[in-house]
Design a protein around this ligand. Structure first.
Ligand code: BTN
Length: 288
């Protein structure tokens, strides 16, 4: 994919199915390594049949001996996690549920740009598959098609005491071949198969996605954050629209027009009392 040198690269491929993995999981891991065109993303891969949460395992692995760009993938999670302690449910073997381990050479206040970079990468991976449908990004990192969520991302960072290297785990759930969802999310969830009627090869999509993610990540490290921001804003569902949100500083509810995102990945809102930048949380589109 990218000819750029990464922040840290580890060109050795090492598919590692977990000791109890099925032959199929091992096969997915070795097919992935064959298909990858990355320098480091996915070059060290653990593909499990069942885990609690790939993010939980990735956080542990990151604290032991994981290389930059290592990936943990699972056929099913028993305790998949979303933002704000929500659960993430995904039918066994239908979708992609994986976590990527990073040791980014970025300042702490730029870590929010990782999810901007990866949202752009997810759009680049699936846009040709779903054309003519338009893909939108709901800040900070939900990917929507026809207003329904096809992909969610959970970024978790650790700053080891004593000045060790920053670790970031990015967990991604991308709905691919699942066609039925639990009633509580049925109207709000979608998948590639629901949109196109086709069945997809998950390993091929993961290889392509990791390629786009690596390109975006290197672009960020090479000072090309403004290009990523422009691509992100071009898909931002709230851009130019009125939103309501709770101001983190004082917990007071506010409203305003979204004007873009800043260099930290924060959402910039022009309110009647001035400019606010929201770095965490959610915003709601105001009903017209
Ligand atoms: C969200 O939309 O709230 C984020 C969802 C993130 C789900 C993925 S699935 C793989 C990884 N492991 C988890 O437990 N969560 C993330």
């Amino acid at each position: 994919m990218s000819a750029l040198a990464g922040p840290q690269s580890s060109p050795e491929a090492s598919p590692q199915a977990s000791p109890q993995a099925s032959p199929q999981a091992s096969l997915h891991a070795s097919r992935l390594v064959d298909l990858l065109e990355t320098r480091s993303f996915g070059r060290s891969i653990r593909w499990h049949d069942q885990v609690t949460s790939t993010n939980t395992l990735a956080v542990e692995w990151a604290g032991i001996d994981a290389a930059d760009g290592s990936v943990i993938c699972a056929e099913v999670q028993t305790a998949g996690r979303g933002r704000f302690d929500r659960t993430w449910k995904s039918r066994k073997g239908d979708n992609l549920t994986f976590s990527l381990i990073l040791f980014p050479g970025l300042a702490a206040d730029r870590l929010g740009m990782i999810s901007v970079a990866f949202s752009v990468a997810i759009v680049a991976t699936i846009k040709n598959l779903v054309r003519p449908k338009q893909i939108e990004i709901k800040w900070p990192n939900d990917i929507l098609i026809d207003g329904a969520k096809i992909c969610g991302m959970l970024q978790e960072s650790a700053f080891p005491s004593g000045g060790g290297q920053k670790r970031v785990v990015v967990g991604i759930g991308l709905n691919i071949n699942q066609t039925g969802f639990p009633p509580v999310i049925r109207d709000r969830a979608t998948s590639l198969k629901i949109i196109t009627g086709r069945e997809y090869d998950r390993v091929e999509i993961l290889a392509s996605l990791l390629g786009h993610m690596e390109d975006s990540y290197y672009a960020l490290h090479k000072g090309r954050g403004s290009i990523l921001r422009a691509r992100y804003e071009a898909r931002l569902s709230a851009l130019g629209r009125e939103v309501t949100f709770v101001k983190p500083a004082d917990g007071v509810s506010a409203h305003g027009i979204v004007t873009g995102i800043d260099a930290r990945g924060g959402l910039v809102v022009a309110t009647p009392t001035g400019r606010e930048t929201i770095l965490t949380g959610d915003v709601s589109l105001k009903m017209e």
